[in-house]
Design a protein around this ligand. Structure first.
Ligand code: ADP
Ligand code: MG
Ligand code: ZN
Length: 646
């Protein structure tokens, strides 16, 4: 049973690397285009200024001495004084301008030039304030324009830093990313999250609070400060948290627990402090701590030191959460796929006391998720997403997303404009097992061995009543596996029974048994199969209480320094595991011995065609007197993970 691929890398997939340092502020190349814009605006302002200033510049100016002599001569009928500018109107109707000494009055000045008061009294003197706008512009312009220039410059910078959304606001040193509610390109709402109905209902309350905090605070309601989202990788925890922010229209600050681990002592704590402070300023807001298990593990287990930083970071998170009041309108959300390892201090009332579990999607939800991710992809008329949903039990939302994407890639590579059903079907296996390695050629001997190996799995799985029906067998190598048998349960499986486990182990041993029977030898091929069955058998004994001999006791894992059971029990557990595997092997041998004809027929077909789909496989079974499993008589009533055996 090969495991589904690449769980680890997925977590980081939708995080853009945060821009840091000068690029965060100056934003790379677009900074320079902004600089150019700013300079152009500046030059424009300057020319407008000199134009207006130029309007009031003297055109037919005469010196002050000439003004005095003209007044003495009685040629001037009126003078308008505007600041230091003089506008003279002559008796013949002409006008001239002049400039007076700013430190003295006009009359005073003219008298010093020898004009007598009698002569002066013949001239109509008017003192005028400068027209408001012009005055201010001319006097304050030289100071204001640079200020305006600087203002515009900063405004553009700020807008850029905020507008781009994910870019790091470097809050001190916090690596947190923020999604601005105004940034519609990044906005996610509940509509983008399929299924997870219960989780959405729970979270709706938080959305309401963030939207209208007053309503809740006025009535004295205590809103949870911390919500922890628990679920397998790729089930949409991050997506849901973002959707809460999107629905409420509040900023979303996010940081990942794993980022703290690589820090120096003390840095994590100060980043937490920064993050909370920034969020409080932006309140109402959401703080999202992804992968909180990376910092929130049970403290003081003393395993190998070096977790000082983690502990300090965790303590700081707790201090911050204890310190803030509902009135601060900040809700902390966290996500983990390991709720079992969390420190109980995190889960105490007043901290992360709300827990929301997100399950793997069932068939209906899988269809809905596929529909969401099909939105922007043109689908061919033959596409039936319900069928794809049926064939993908155990897929997470993230896997369904990449399935749709793989389908589109296949279509694009073949230069088609629509995604077909066949593209999607091929993508199921690609997502589950990794890409086909057609170049991985097998020698005729290897091919025969692989064919018998897979035929062994398929046959035992088809004959034993509690094993899952076979959907496809292939000897085209994929990922690490030389070949694979794809078994799919009829329904989604929430629980597995003892009988199912036993039949599964036998079917997984089918490959080994077939190799042994045919070649009187065993290859390294089944090594993964053996690791898987050993783990199942062990779990049956120590976790699920499925061993008759040891009874319904969960023994727990043995760890360094803790001994949940004695040496005697340990020996008994090993004996039980061995017994379970031996019995399963005997059953596989019995099935293969009884249906040797079917085994040969399946292997022959595989060598010829390399891949057998379900319909053809069932024909071979019927031809050899085996009744294929039908949905109606579904004895196993099983569901859940699609299983493959390599
Ligand atoms: P997690 O945080 O639980 O590991 P993510 O929220 O990062 O998972 O999910 C990864 C991607 O998978 C999402 O970006 C989305 O495209 C897809 N996805 C997961 N769950 C759903 C869902 N319920 N509806 C729609 N898309 C989903
Ligand atoms: Mg996530
Ligand atoms: Zn195998």
């Amino acid at each position: 049973m090969a495991n589904t691929p690449a769980k680890k890398s997925r977590n980081r997939k939708n995080k853009k690397p945060a821009r840091r340092g000068w690029r965060a502020v100056f934003g790379g190349p677009s900074f320079f285009s902004n600089l150019v814009t700013t300079i152009i605006v500046f030059l424009l302002l300057m020319s407008v200024y000199s134009l207006i200033a130029g309007l009031s510049a003297p055109s037919n100016a005469i010196p002050l001495s000439a003004v005095a002599s003209d007044v003495e001569a009685g040629k001037v009928s009126s003078i308008v004084v505007n600041g230091d500018a003089l506008t003279l109107t002559y008796t013949d109707g002409t006008t001239k301008t002049s400039q007076k000494d700013p430190s003295a009055g006009l009359a005073e000045t003219l008298v010093t030039y020898g004009v007598t008061p009698a002569e002066l009294s013949k001239v109509a003197l008017t003192v005028e304030g400068q027209s408001g706008l012009e005055f201010w512009f001319v006097t304050l312009g030289p100071f204001l324009i640079p200020l305006v220039f600087i203002g515009i410059f900063f405004w553009i910078l700020l807008r850029q830093v905020r507008g781009a959304g994910m870019q790091a606001f470097s809050f001190g040193q916090s690596k947190a990313r923020v999604i601005d509610p105004a940034d519609t390109t990044q906005r996610v709402t509940f509509q983008d999250v399929a299924g997870t109905r219960e989780a959405k209902e729970e979270l709706m309350e938080i959305v309401d609070f963030l939207k209208q905090p007053k309503k809740f605070l006025d009535i004295g309601a205590r809103i949870p400060k911390g919500i922890i989202l628990m679920g397998a990788p790729g089930t949409g925890k991050t997506l849901l948290a973002r959707a809460v922010a999107g629905e409420a229209g509040v900023p979303f600050f996010s940081i990942s627990g794993s980022e703290f681990v690589e820090m120096f002592v003390g840095v994590g704590a100060s980043r937490v402090r920064d993050l909370f402070q920034t969020a409080k300023k932006a309140a109402p807001a959401i703080i999202f701590v992804d992968e909180i298990d990376a910092v929130g593990r049970v403290r003081g287990t003393g395993m190998g030191g070096g977790n000082d930083e983690r502990e300090q970071t965790l303590n700081q998170i707790l201090v911050e959460m204890d310190g803030f009041e509902p009135a601060e309108k900040v809700v902390v959300m966290a996500a983990t796929n390991r709720p079992d390892v969390l420190d109980s201090a995190l889960l105490r009332p007043g901290r992360f006391d709300r827990r929301v579990t997100i399950d793997l999607p069932d068939r209906r939800d899988r269809e809905a998720i596929l529909e969401i991710h099909a939105r922007k992809k043109p689908l061919g008329p033959d596409v039936d997403l319900a069928v794809i949903a049926e064939r993908t039990p155990g897929f997470s939302g993230a896997e369904l997303n990449s399935l749709m994407n793989e389908g589109a890639i296949l279509a694009a590579r073949e230069s088609r404009t629509e995604v077909t059903q066949y593209d999607l079907i091929r993508s199921i296996e690609k997502v589950m097992l990794g890409p086909e390695r057609k170049s991985h050629l097998l020698s005729p001997k290897e091919k025969k061995l692989t064919a018998y190996h897979e035929a062994g799995h398929a046959l035992v799985s088809s004959v034993l009543p509690h094993a899952d029906p076979v959907h496809k067998i292939s000897i085209i190598s994929r990922g690490r596996a030389a070949g694979y048998t794809l078994k799919l349960p009829f329904d989604d499986r929430k629980m597995q029974s003892r009988k199912q486990f036993l039949d599964d182990i036998a079917a997984t041993l089918g490959g080994y048994v077939a190799e042994e029977l045919l070649f009187d030898d065993v290859s390294t091929g089944p090594s993964n199969d053996l690791a898987v069955i050993t783990a199942i058998a062990r779990d049956m004994v120590i976790r699920y209480g499925m061993s008759e001999k040891l009874g319904p006791i969960a023994f727990g894992e043995r760890q360094l320094g803790s001994e949940p059971y004695s040496e005697r029990i340990a020996a008994e557990i090993d004996a039980e595991v061995t017994r379970i595997v031996e019995e399963a092997k005997a059953r596989a041998q019995q099935v293969i011995g009884e249906h040797r004809g079917a085994l040969d027929a399946i292997a022959k077909e595989l060598i010829e065609k390399e891949t057998i789909e379900r319909a053809d496989f069932e024909k071979i079974l019927i031809a050899n007197g085996i009744t294929p499993k039908k949905k109606e008589e579904d004895l196993s009533a099983s569901g859940g993970l699609a299983e493959t055996v390599a």
